[in-house]
Design a protein around this ligand. Structure first.
Ligand SMILES: [Zn+2]
Ligand SMILES: [Zn+2]
Length: 383
């Protein structure tokens, strides 16, 4: 199809490090998958589980060993052999019995109980819920069997980094992690990436605040591209889409860069791609909203994964950012930003929808004073 160059030599499509611990050499995802499927016994990636007894018997015959040797191996290699104590530790001899009679023991007991009361579960809310999204999807099976993902499918993990939104977020690498299937189109990943620039509303709405939602950027500016290994994959699904990589390619031509190729995002699946793991690539939309995207993992589907096709691309991590609250109520997330606003304490000033309307319009919806109002989309509204 678009990129990749089809089947080439085996070693070329088995990734190795290009830079140690940083990124791999480029490899063709589809070929890599076929190599895996060719090497592995179908049972290793099957969704049905082999019973431990069958596995034992197979191991005995594969290795040509006696059953006693297997039993010995199991005890030697058991995780129990890593313990310094037996699992059920003897009772703590230092601890005071629950109802002591001696005065000294009573004192000691009081001290011991006090110490125990100081121990708090120090795990933060953020740590507790860090993998909350991932846990939700684990082991999920589809209700309709036609949504079941076939065995041997690949899962690719992408980290999508947000552009720097504000100065104060400069040191924070906000990103979302998405799992996509190898057979999915690049456009499916594009549609799953949520970015505030898609929701921006262009224009000044102080006279007609109710019409603002009709001017969402994503409905008007549908062009976008991914850049992988010298090829721009353009989203050309709609008639109003343009090849926004053209400017870059023409500039590159006049500056002695090698020729960049183009392909259609909607005609390309991840199996068609030739990419590096750990290498920064580019996703660009809304003209100049640029995101670094990094492929962090390529693996075969496992029975414990979410097996329902409808949930992919699957969002497994979402960075939380602080929200900016309304300057009047300090309670709700801001929806409007005003300038030249005589009523505002600062310029520009943020308001929630309710405060904005109460403050700037009379009971009949007439504008009070001379100011400019723009829609504000808070990046934290996605939390
Ligand atoms: Zn963006
Ligand atoms: Zn408010």
């Amino acid at each position: 199809m678009a990129e990749g160059g089809g089947v080439s030599t085996v070693s070329e499509n088995v990734p190795s490090y290009e830079h140690i611990d940083v990124n791999s050499t480029p490899f063709h995802i589809g070929t890599f998958r076929n190599l895996w499927l060719g090497m592995l016994h179908p049972e290793t990636y099957s969704y049905s589980q082999t019973s431990p007894e069958t596995e034992d018997l197979r191991f005995i015959s594969d290795m040509g060993i006696a059953p006693e040797t297997l039993a010995e191996l199991k005890s030697v290699c058991s995780t129990d052999s890593l313990r310094s104590h037996p699992e059920h530790e003897p009772p703590d001899t230092e601890a005071v019995p629950p109802e002591p009679q001696l005065a000294t023991l009573k004192l000691r007991k009081r001290r011991q109980d006090y110490k125990k009361s100081l121990i708090r579960d120090s795990m933060g809310r953020h740590d507790v819920y860090a993998n909350e999204m991932e846990l939700l999807a684990i082991g999920r099976r589809p209700e309709d069997s036609k949504d079941l993902i076939p065995e041997g499918e690949l899962i690719l993990s992408f980290n999508v980094v947000y552009p720097v939104l504000f100065e104060r977020f400069k040191h924070v690498r906000a990103y979302q992690t998405l799992h996509v299937l190898g057979s999915q189109k690049l456009t499916e990943l594009r549609d799953a990436i949520c970015c505030v620039s898609d929701l921006q509303v262009f224009g000044e709405f102080s006279n007609t605040p109710d019409t603002a939602p009709q001017f969402l950027s994503k409905d008007h500016y549908k062009s976008a591209f991914f850049f992988f290994e010298g090829t721009f994959f353009n989203d050309l699904r709609f008639s109003e889409c343009r090849d926004i990589s053209k400017t870059t390619r023409e500039w590159a031509k006049t500056h002695d860069f090698p020729d960049f190729k183009t392909a259609r995002m909607e005609d390309t699946t991840f199996y068609d791609l030739k990419v590096k793991v750990g290498y920064p690539y580019l996703y660009c939309h809304q003209g100049d909203c640029e995101h670094v995207i990094i492929l962090t993992d390529v693996r075969l589907m496992h029975r414990d994964d979410c097996l329902d096709r409808k949930f992919y691309p699957l969002l497994t991590h979402k960075h939380r950012v602080a929200t900016r609250k309304c300057c009047v109520c300090h309670l709700y997330i801001s929806r409007w930003i005003t300038t030249n606003d005589a009523l505002a304490p600062v310029d520009p000033c943020l308001y929630c929808d309710q405060c904005f309307r109460m403050f700037h319009y009379d009971d009949h919806g007439n504008k009070l004073g001379d100011f400019k109002a723009y829609v504000y989309i808070d990046p934290g509204a996605f939390n």
